[in-house]
Design a protein around this ligand. Structure first.
Ligand code: NAG
Ligand code: NAG
Ligand code: NAG
Ligand code: NAG
Ligand code: NAG
Ligand code: NAG
Length: 413
């Protein structure tokens, strides 16, 4: 048991006089600087305030490099952006944050810090993020590989946050039985948790149903007419009982231990009642390489799918959130909903007002229903946002290192 230790990040130590100075000092550069929120002006956003700049696509926007020269003012602006808890690109972001302007204080709480992975693991990732209202519990998966190029360990536990909606939220390990084999995304439907698991050489990947009370598991979907999936990554299940899950080469490309692929990457639809399984996006309608997160809009009429591409650091990587219309026979009208500016969008969630939230490297990026970037909800400087889950009007964000929660002026549905 590891007690959750709430804390929050703001810049309360600044006096009003200091703040006034900061605001005056930065105004000429096109940033409006509050104690926790920095607003980026259209001018700053359109013309970077230094002539020669560039950025490695693996890092966040506030880590843009100044080339062949430097500017104390621009460096300071980047530091303000790096230090901010929220970055605003569109004033409608304030309605979501429940504040009037950048001058108001808005907090994000850190509710849990994961212990580091074993010393042999290069990095750990947390994913899944599923909330069980009946028990006020959130589950997260943990994944790590023993070394680069080696397979993810089949980890016997998942994390659970008990009393999740309260101030005494508590994190502990929970042991599904039988164990999940490289669990990733998860969705709660009709009293059960549905996990997408990558699988390994001896246990095929697919969907596993878990009873949230007893933690008993059973595979419910593990093949396409005798073919193994590659590495199922995330799943949502509609109210009418249709599961949509992504399948990419993550296991094979990252961890080198899967069988040779037998299927193209794509999104599958599986009908829980009839057992019908079909690909609804991917090979047939254009490349969908390493699809990852999947989410419905609140009305369950659209499906959002994120795509990494081969590697998140590749300049020409996918880095895309696609939107589709859900039809009786599959998905239609694929659109580039958003192309993100760093890493790739991993987990994806939506709210009742049409917004879409993508976990993108150092922040959760928030888009309106038309794909306009409204703002960023940042995680700690050394952390990477991976996925999210709603508990009432709180968005819980799981990173590689920590779990955060932030109260927002909306909810899931
Ligand atoms: C970008 O940064 C990543 C991580 O630090 C590094 O592995 C990669 O080589 C860099 N890419 C370029 C083009 O410099
Ligand atoms: C930037 O500086 C490097 C050496 O410091 C030089 O090789 C390069 O040509 C310069 N680039 C530009 C665009 O001035
Ligand atoms: C950013 O935060 C660091 C650490 O708290 C602080 O030393 C620095 O002055 C801050 N920079 C700006 C521009 O506020
Ligand atoms: C959850 O809260 C209840 C009521 O305060 C308490 O009895 C219970 O021990 C808590 N559960 C955990 C796992 O901390
Ligand atoms: C593969 O998964 C099974 C079932 O979870 C587990 O028993 C086995 O140890 C895993 N293999 C490796 C190499 O992790
Ligand atoms: C929900 O589960 C019950 C059995 O527990 C089943 O009868 C019902 O068809 C399920 N509904 C959906 C929409 O899957």
């Amino acid at each position: 048991m590891s007690p959750a230790t709430p804390s929050s990040r703001t810049h309360k130590s600044l006096s009003m006089a200091q703040l006034a100075l900061l605001i005056a000092g930065a105004a000429s550069q096109g940033l409006k600087i509050g104690p926790s929120i920095v607003e980026v002006s259209p001018d700053f956003n359109s013309v970077f305030p230094f002539n020669n700049f560039n950025r490695n696509v693996s890092v966040a926007s506030w880590q843009t490099n100044l080339l062949n020269g430097t500017s104390a003012e621009v460096n300071e602006d980047l530091e303000f952006l790096a230090n901010a808890t929220f970055i605003t690109y569109d004033e409608s972001f304030y309605e979501l944050l429940g504040v009037n302007s950048y001058e108001d204080i808005k907090e994000i709480e850190t509710i849990f810090t994961f212990p580091p992975p074993p010393s042999y693991a290069q990095r750990q990732i947390h994913d899944g993020t599923v909330y069980i209202p009946e028990t006020d519990t959130i589950f997260f998966a943990e994944l790590y590989s023993p070394k680069p190029g080696a397979y993810m360990h089949a980890i016997p536990f998942v994390w659970q946050i008990s009393n999740a909606s309260t101030t005494s939220a508590t994190a502990s390990k929970a042991y599904p039985s039988p164990a999940l084999t490289i669990a990733n995304g998860a969705h709660y439907h009709n009293g059960s948790v549905y996990w997408a698991q990558e699988g390994n050489w001896s246990t095929p990947g697919g969907l596993v149903r878990m009873d949230p009370f007893t933690l008993k598991t059973e595979p419910v979907q593990n093949n396409f007419y005798g073919h193994r999936f590659n590495s199922p990554n995330d799943v949502v299940v509609s109210d009418t009982g249709r599961a949509y899950f992504t399948d990419g080469y993550y296991g094979r490309d990252n961890f080198k231990d899967s069988l040779e692929p037998e299927l193209a990457n794509g999104v599958y639809r599986w009908d829980l009642q009839t057992g019908n399984i079909r690909m609804v996006a991917g090979a047939a309608d254009g490349t969908l390489f390493n699809p990852n997160g999947v989410a419905f809009n609140a009305e369950q009429t659209r499906l959002f799918v994120t795509m990494r591409g081969f590697a998140s650091g590749d300049a020409d990587g996918g880095r895309t959130m696609f939107a589709y219309d859900i039809t009786e026979n599959g998905l239609a009208n694929r659109q580039v909903f958003a192309y993100v500016d760093s890493g790739f969008p991993d987990g994806i969630k939506t709210d009742k007002d049409g917004r879409v939230y993508g976990a993108v490297t150092g922040s959760v990026d928030v888009f309106d229903e038309y794909g306009t970037l409204l703002g960023r909800i940042k995680v700690d400087k050394d952390d990477v946002a991976v996925n999210m889950v709603w508990v009432g009007d709180h968005l819980y964000i799981v990173g590689r290192n920590k779990v955060y929660r932030v109260q927002l002026n909306t909810k899931e549905r």
